[in-house]
Design a protein around this ligand. Structure first.
Ligand code: PMV
Length: 335
């Protein structure tokens, strides 16, 4: 079979930063996110007995860098094991958003790959299983299986192999629940120097603040779940900003410190805070890179865009809204 799937990236409102188990890619704590409509990854997968190796094409280029290809092959191995097949696969993937936006994250990539590869391998599995599978590719990808507002559960069991079956995302509220906007201020200073896995591992191994960070997450998740249900923007703003700043504080405390921010990042934090103090409904969040994502109600998005456009060092502003779940868009018999 050959299958094509679409998935959207997501941005965490309560961050994921740290792994409890590397082999199963188990998060150290839960997280909460919004799936981003308007930005998408489209991935085609066909298992083919004539191939000697997996082939992975991203945005029109064949990926031959060993590490990125190994990550896709490692993920496909999980699918092959489960489906009882050993054919190699042809994978073609493309993003409709610029890679430099710092959103070409693995989230939409592994969510789309999970859906397409499972279907192409003839597996019939539900969303929970897809979320568990996507997590093995990338922690944040587990959340992109669902649309709207999503909570990732970390898995409680002491045995990683058992906890792995408990560590999946679940929807908190559908996309239609709340018309928030997420504006991505793309900074000219460019991409991250330290990948999220390396940044997390270094933080976990060397930052004296890592334990305090992990301990702070459950309270934020409970609070975020409640204020999302109530569409309480100001409370969500407080929770999301503190989660972001605490995550980065733990990373900055590593040895050597993991610092993703550039000058423009800090300028943007101040501008958003000043605007909020002046009455604009907007809050910021930042992931493993210099770009800043600003959430606001739909009717504030023009004002937020004008604010971000005005900051020196902002190269582009992308706009997203609550998006749909990852989904299969085409399935056909291989010729
Ligand atoms: O999914 P990963 O392993 O790339 O980690 C994502 C980490 C952050 O984006 C910084 C936070 C998050 O929860 O998405």
């Amino acid at each position: 079979m050959e299958a094509t799937a679409v998935a959207h990236p997501n941005i965490a409102l309560v961050k994921y930063w740290g792994k409890r188990d590397i082999e199963y890619n188990l998060p150290a704590a839960g997280s909460v996110s919004m799936t981003l409509g308007g930005l998408e990854t489209r991935t085609y997968v066909a298992f083919d007995s004539s191939l000697a190796h997996d082939q992975f094409e991203l945005d029109g280029d064949l990926v031959d860098d060993g590490r990125r290809l190994a990550r896709v092959t490692g993920f496909l191995d999980l699918i092959r094991e489960r489906a009882g097949i050993d054919h190699r696969a042809r994978v073609t993937s493309g993003n409709n958003f610029p890679t430099a936006a710092g959103l070409a994250s693995s989230a939409s990539g592994f969510a789309a790959l999970a859906v397409a590869a499972a279907s192409a391998a003839g597996l019939t599995i539900d969303e929970r299983e897809l979320s568990i599978l996507a997590r093995r590719g990338s922690g944040s990808a587990a959340r992109s299986i669902y649309g709207g507002f999503v909570e990732m559960q970390p898995g409680a069991h002491a045995e990683p192999a058992v906890a792995s079956e408990e560590a999946f995302a679940r929807p908190i509220a559908p996309a239609e629940h709340w018309d928030l906007r997420c504006l991505v201020a793309v900074t000219a200073e460019g991409e991250k120097a330290v990948g999220s896995t390396e940044g997390m591992n270094r933080t976990q191994q060397t930052s004296p603040y890592f334990g305090a960070w992990v301990d702070s997450v459950p309270t934020d998740i409970d609070a975020a779940r409640q204020v999302i249900a109530e569409r309480d923007f100001e409370s969500l703003a407080d929770i999301a900003e503190r989660s972001c700043l605490r995550m980065h504080a733990s990373a900055i405390g590593a040895e050597p410190g993991v610092l993703y921010w550039r000058g423009t990042t800090v300028d943007l934090i101040h501008r958003v805070r000043e605007a909020r103090a002046g009455g604009l409904s907007a809050f910021f969040t930042i992931d493993a890179g210099p770009h800043v994502k600003v959430f606001c109600p739909a009717d504030a998005s023009d004002d937020v865009r004008a604010l971000l456009d005005d900051v020196d060092g902002v190269r582009d502003v992308l706009e997203a809204w609550p998006g749909k779940a990852a989904r299969l868009v085409e399935l056909q018999e291989s010729p």
